[in-house]
Design a protein around this ligand. Sequence first.
Ligand code: KG4
Ligand code: ZN
Length: 335
Amino acid sequence: MPVTILGIESSCDETSAAIMVDGVLRANVIAGQAVHEQYGGVVPELASRAHQANIVPVVEVALKKAGITLRDISAIAFTQGPGLLGALMVGTAYAKGLSLALGVPLIAVHHMQAHILAHFIEEPRPAFPFLCLTVSGGHTQIVQVKSPSDMHILGQTIDDAAGEAFDKCAKMLGLPYPGGPFIDSNAQLGDATKFQFGEPKIPGLDFSFSGFKTSVLYFLQAEMRKDPTFIERNVHDLSAAIQHGIVEILLRKLKRASQETGIKTIAIAGGVSANSGLRKQLQALGEKQGWSVHIPDFSYCTDNAAMIAMTGHFKYAAGDFVDLSVVPLARIPEL
Ligand code: KG4
Ligand code: ZN
């Protein structure tokens, strides 16, 4: 009997379902939520309602794409957290109900662990142990990954996440939400050396982005007082400089983590790993340092259920199941 995992992701503003059969991805369906755009950020209540409307059709499409029916499912893996509680509740309740109806085991997945294990969906897979820079809208961590179930956070942000820094700076430039991809596309037309912003002095392997963000804000306010068209005229160079600044902060700590641990297999994960500047600069740094660099395919950078099904596959093999008393958790500090 093949092991067929249904993965469910609903931690933020993407409703996603994936089917994995014996570790091979057969479908990965993602429904986004355009409703948040007009508010300049994810509105939790609207996210929950959209998940509620999307979850059944998204699973149906995933099953159809994979060419299977509900009866073929061996286990259901769902995102337990971290994320928006109301959003997580929809995926959790759906997974619990379906597991009860089908009489199949339930697997609770840590969203950040899943971002890292997305590297195992396709070749080439990183060899253990490796370091993973996990950069998303809510997290920025350097994780030492010893096995699919043994991960340890070496450093993390003490304030904003890298994705948040991208999004907040994008807002200052008048770009739509989420701003990360817009900074990225504008940066490709700009010169990163035209402007420079403050660098944090944080000891160890932790990160900080709040000082950087404030230095961008003060700079823009001062320039806009002199010339109200400043942002409009310089949006490409400003985007390039902001992107370069954030990427530099990330890579400096990643290099340090590699030096301290002696680990030279390096991966990136999470929404910000879709950033073209980060991908390019990491590749270049990796060549210089003699690293084996693992950069995920774009489709597995931002939130998706393929990574939840992948994690479910590992947990199924380990017999790591939960019962129906499981509840979603907005925060889970450890991996
Ligand atoms: O992992 P993710 O989809 O959701 C969370 O778990 O948070 O990450 C979303 C974050 C957002 O802040 C978004 O702006 C950022 O990833 N992001 C990017 C890019 N694509 C997505 N940031 C910079 N450049 C990109 N190309
Ligand atoms: Zn995520």
